[in-house]
Design a protein around this ligand. Structure first.
Ligand code: EPZ
Length: 422
């Protein structure tokens, strides 16, 4: 049964919200459990659809896991199948993260090509090119990546910065024979946590957090993982800050790592918002007047593409013209026509969106198209007159844990309803 989200105008939010563990940290770490000789335990794991999908994939390979109260225990010693099937991979492209570990541990695997997704083609050519440099034989047959070979360390230069590409190679290199140096590596906090967890498990890694990472492989020796806590989700945090911003409300976030948010906070401050910070707590203070903003999305520590849609929603309320350039993905403006349905004044010219504000938004039926676009529609629904119905709301479940409960906790009026039978 399809569901939709009904939001009633909720102009004033108040109170505090606790941020969950980061989906994009949990996914590579779950994949890395394939490299373990012992049972792996992670805490603060977000109970979101994408995490459940990857666990379903691991289970399909033969691994066992127990996931309750945000604590996850995985045993991969029972893996006996190294084929990641299309039926599961097609639902989440981050499934590609099992490629490096499976190949490194078993010397062979078949992983369905993830296929594109709404925001772009999302190729994995850079992943494959790097694994070939490490000695893998790779062919593509009938939509599957066939990989085999004993991996050896190599120098790898990524032509483009790729987060999961960097993560795949770090995991593959951990069990390879010899040294792997990755140049032009991604520096996201989620990549850093993966390196730290692998280092704690016995892999020698240098340059953690930099764009040049060196990994000294164990030559097939499996890793002994220690219990680890997933870092907080910086994009979930940014999204709730955006909820405070668009409703011009003072709200407090708990369990954040502020330094992971610098690129985002800079843009909030340019728009007139300010912050109070206390250890792992962060409060957004309303702006006297929401200023227009210019944003170009770039890799970490720049302004993240995963916050682009949310800032576009805020920009509809800024007094003047805002410009947002999307540099990472070729089709990440699908929230624009939906925001315009609500009364926004946004035009697109190639990779650049121009937002004229402020515009009065009026509730309407809109369609969610991808995870972060959906969150932009929720933000707009908070301030749109009357009621806004967001259809295909399942996109939001992929990356935002308990979002209805969390938003209600801030005073938002929203509920999940069943689509009427057509
Ligand atoms: C990660 O995706 C995130 N997902 C994305 O978050 C995020 O938007 C993206 O990084 C950018 O920050 C996870 O971490 C699970 P990329 P990833 O490889 O790694 C091109 C969300 O909302 N590219 O960094 O798949 C690619 O086309 C998701 O949580 C190649 O050309 O993204 C894109 O233009 C959405 N060839 C650019 O690089 C390759 O082999 C960045 O992609 C790989 C990537």
């Amino acid at each position: 049964m399809y569901k939709y989200l009904k939001i009633t105008k909720s102009p004033n939010l108040t109170g505090e919200v606790t941020i969950s563990g980061a989906k994009n940290a949990a996914l590579p770490l779950i994949a890395s459990s394939i490299l373990a000789k012992n049972e792996v335990e992670f805490t603060n794991v977000p109970e979101v659809a994408d995490v459940k999908t990857l666990l379903k994939l691991l289970n399909n390979l033969g691994a066992e896991f127990k996931f309750e109260n945000h604590s996850l225990k995985i045993n991969t010693s029972s893996i006996k199948n190294t084929t990641a099937i299309y039926e599961i991979v097609k639902t989440m492209r981050a499934s590609i993260l099992v490629l490096g570990p499976l190949l490194a541990r078993f010397g062979h695997c078949k992983v369905s090509l993830p296929g594109g997704c709404a925001i772009g083609a999302r190729p994995v050519d850079l992943h494959l090119k790097a694994l070939k440099l490490m000695g893998a034989e790779i062919t593509i047959e009938q939509g599957y990546i066939h990989a085999k070979g004993k991996l050896k360390g190599s120098d790898i230069v990524f032509d483009k910065i790729t987060v999961t590409g960097t993560e795949n190679i770090i995991m593959a290199a951990s069990l390879a024979k010899g040294k792997t140096k990755i140049i032009n590596a991604a520096k996201e906090p989620e990549v850093v946590q993966l390196c730290e967890v692998l280092k704690d498990a016995g892999v020698e890694i240098e340059g953690i957090g930099s764009d040049e990472i060196t990994i000294y492989g164990t030559d097939g020796e499996l890793l002994k993982f220690k219990k680890q806590e997933i870092i907080p989700d910086r994009i979930e945090a940014g999204t709730y800050l955006a909820a405070g911003a668009i409703t011009n409300s003072k709200i407090t976030l708990k369990n954040v790592i502020t330094e992971h948010l610098e690129g985002i906070l800079t843009k909030f401050k340019e728009m007139g918002f300010s912050f109070e910070e206390d250890k792992k707590t962060l409060t957004i203070i309303p702006a006297k007047k929401i200023e227009p903003v210019k944003i170009i999305t770039t890799e970490y520590p720049g302004f993240p593409t995963d916050m682009q849609a949310q800032f576009m929603a805020i920009a509809t309320q800024a007094e003047g013209m805002s410009i947002i350039e999307e540099r990472l993905f070729e089709n990440r403006f699908m929230h624009v026509p939906e925001l315009n349905r609500l009364g926004a004044n946004i035009s697109i010219n190639g990779k650049v969106a121009t937002i004229i504000g402020p515009t009065k938004l009026i509730g309407a039926d809109v369609m969610a198209t991808d995870l972060r676009a959906s969150s932009a529609l929720v933000l707009a629904g908070l301030i749109a007159e009357g009621e806004t119905n967001i259809h295909r709301i399942y996109h939001l479940f992929r990356g935002y844990e308990n979002f209805v409960e969390k938003f209600k906790g801030l005073g938002a009026k929203m509920e999940i309803l069943n689509e009427p039978n057509p």
